[in-house]
Each structure stands twice: as structure tokens, then as C-alpha cells.
Design a protein around this ligand. Structure first.
Ligand SMILES: Nc1ncnc2c1ncn2[C@@H]1O[C@H](COP(=O)(O)OP(=O)(O)OP(=O)(O)O)[C@@H](O)[C@H]1O
Length: 262
């Protein structure tokens, strides 16, 4: 058994604390005592209906959301918000977002979008940026001559490949993918999922894969965490959860997914 790279321990996030202080409403516990590990080279799926807290967990891992309680550690080092992370850990965890078009700056070329990463995490001194960009584009299955195009001149799938290349430019150890294929057509979804699995093999990346789509989890994840109303209701190997879900909520989610695909 390989060791845990990411360890999420008992984290909780509440929104609306300030309102509660002035006596207007109870805070909403968007994430409630959530714990899980991501092991070396593993893809962990996080599923649940809308509002179950998946994105909030992803943002905590990426350092974009503060958590009031608990600990998140990477390679045994506790990690807090981005502003407090050492560069090594900032680089190690990169996020891929849902909407590739809005996550790329429309006024920048593909090469410039990818090169943004090197402002924070410079390439080794001898490396040539143009060559590194071409290598990254090839790595994500794009032609190197797309480097001069703007996002509006690319398809949704190509934009998501560029977002993935931008994440890889930081030379990460982990990708946090938040609904990374939800905005794409089904056939393009399959290609991007295939790419992510392939990148895991080639670069030894581990991933947290957030999605509301159980079919997607089944295609990519090794293990799955099922969330409902901010809490984990069930977690385990994908094959076990799909074959014999223990919790009624998981059975409901699986039933809904089957209805949708039948
Ligand atoms: N910045 C915020 N301020 C207040 N409430 C928030 C904030 N962000 C999220 N929430 C609330 O926290 C809960 C969890 O939201 P979150 O986006 O993490 O869920 P989700 O499972 O990712 O949902 P979806 O699939 O719809 O994105 C929701 O009730 C949401 O309205």
C-alpha cells in the first residue's frame, strides 16, 4: 500500500458566522468534519448533489478557502491558505476548473496563458519557454502551433486541455479538478478523462476529482468519497461502492445516475 500524500482531517467550514454574531441567522456548515486521504498516484472522486460541499472542500485543498477547524497536510506538512503556503507547496497542488473558457484570460494567447505559471514558478534557468510551451501542448494532446491562438479561437475541449497544460506548467504533484468535464460535450468529456488518466500514469500525479456525475467517477477514480449536506456519508474503492453501496443516499445517487443514462 502506498502512503497518503494529501491528508484531510476533520475540516469544517461555516459560512455566515458574521450574521450569526448579530443574531440574524445560524451559520451554514458547508463542510462538516470531513476527513479523507489521497494516496500516491491515486485518483479520488468526490461526489454528491449540488450544495453538498464538494467545491468548498476543493477550494480548501487548493488554499482558496480558509477552514475554521481541522488540518490539511501534504507530504506530512500542514497546508493553509495560499497566502501562507511555501512556494514548494503552492506549486505542488494545482487546480483545474469547470469552465475552461472563463478560466483562461481571453486577451492572452495560449502561450501566454500557459506562461502565467512561470511568473510564480520559474522554469529552470536553461529551459527555453517556447520549447517548454510546445512540450506542454504536446503533452495534453494539442498541436504546438496552437500556441499563438487566443482562447476564443479554440473549442471547449481544446481550452480545457490548455487549462490542464497551464496547471502542469507548475510541475505539480496533485491536480484538484472541480467539475473539470461538466461543461463539455459527452464525447469531449471522454477524451479529457482519458487524458487525465494518462497524465496520472505518465507523471505519477495524484488527483482529487470533484463531480456530481457518478458515471464520470466510475471512469476515472480509484476510490470515492460521497458527500451529503457538507458531511461524508460513505467512502471506499469505486468498485465496492458501485457494487454494494451501504448508504441509502449513495443508492439514491446511483439510481438517479442509472435513470439518466438509461
Ligand atoms: N462563499 C460562500 N458564501 C456563503 N455560502 C457559500 C459560499 N460558498 C458556498 N456556500 C454554500 O455552501 C454550501 C456548499 O457549497 P459548495 O459549492 O461547496 O457545494 P457543491 O457540492 O460544490 O455544489 P455544486 O455542485 O452546486 O457546485 C452551499 O449551500 C453553498 O450555497
Amino acid at each position: 500500500m502506498t502512503g497518503a500524500r494529501l491528508r484531510v482531517e476533520n475540516i469544517s467550514v461555516a459560512f455566515g458566522e458574521r450574521r450569526r454574531l448579530v443574531g440574524r441567522a445560524d451559520p451554514l456548515r458547508a463542510v462538516d468534519d470531513v476527513s479523507f486521504d489521497v494516496r500516491d498516484g491515486e485518483i479520488l472522486g468526490v461526489v454528491g448533489e449540488s450544495g453538498s460541499g464538494k467545491t468548498t472542500v476543493a477550494r480548501c485543498i487548493a488554499g482558496l478557502q480558509r477552514y475554521a477547524e481541522g488540518t490539511i497536510s501534504f507530504d506530512n506538512v500542514p497546508i493553509g491558505p495560499v497566502s501562507e503556503r511555501p512556494p514548494r507547496l503552492l506549486r505542488a497542488i494545482q487546480m483545474v476548473f469547470q469552465d475552461p473558457r472563463s478560466s483562461l484570460n481571453p486577451r492572452r494567447t495560449v502561450a501566454q496563458c500557459i506562461g502565467e505559471a512561470w511568473t510564480s514558478f520559474p522554469l529552470p534557468g536553461s529551459a527555453d519557454r517556447r520549447e517548454a510551451t510546445a512540450d506542454l501542448l504536446t503533452d495534453v494532446g494539442l498541436e504546438a502551433d496552437l500556441a499563438g491562438r487566443y482562447p476564443a479561437q479554440l473549442s471547449g475541449g481544446q481550452c480545457q486541455r490548455v487549462s490542464i497544460a497551464r496547471a502542469l506548467a507548475a510541475r505539480p504533484s496533485m491536480l484538484v479538478c472541480d467539475e473539470a468535464v461538466s461543461a463539455l460535450d459527452v464525447s469531449v468529456q471522454a477524451q479529457i478523462l482519458h487524458l487525465l488518466v494518462d497524465l496520472r500514469e505518465r507523471h505519477g500525479l495524484c488527483m482529487v476529482f470533484i463531480t456530481h456525475d457518478l458515471g464520470v467517477v466510475r471512469q476515472v477514480a480509484d476510490r470515492v468519497v460521497v458527500m451529503q449536506r457538507g458531511a461524508i456519508v460513505e467512502q471506499g474503492p469505486v468498485d465496492d461502492i458501485f457494487a454494494a453501496p451501504e448508504q441509502p443516499y449513495t443508492r439514491e445517487l446511483l439510481g438517479a445516475a442509472l435513470d439518466l443514462h438509461s
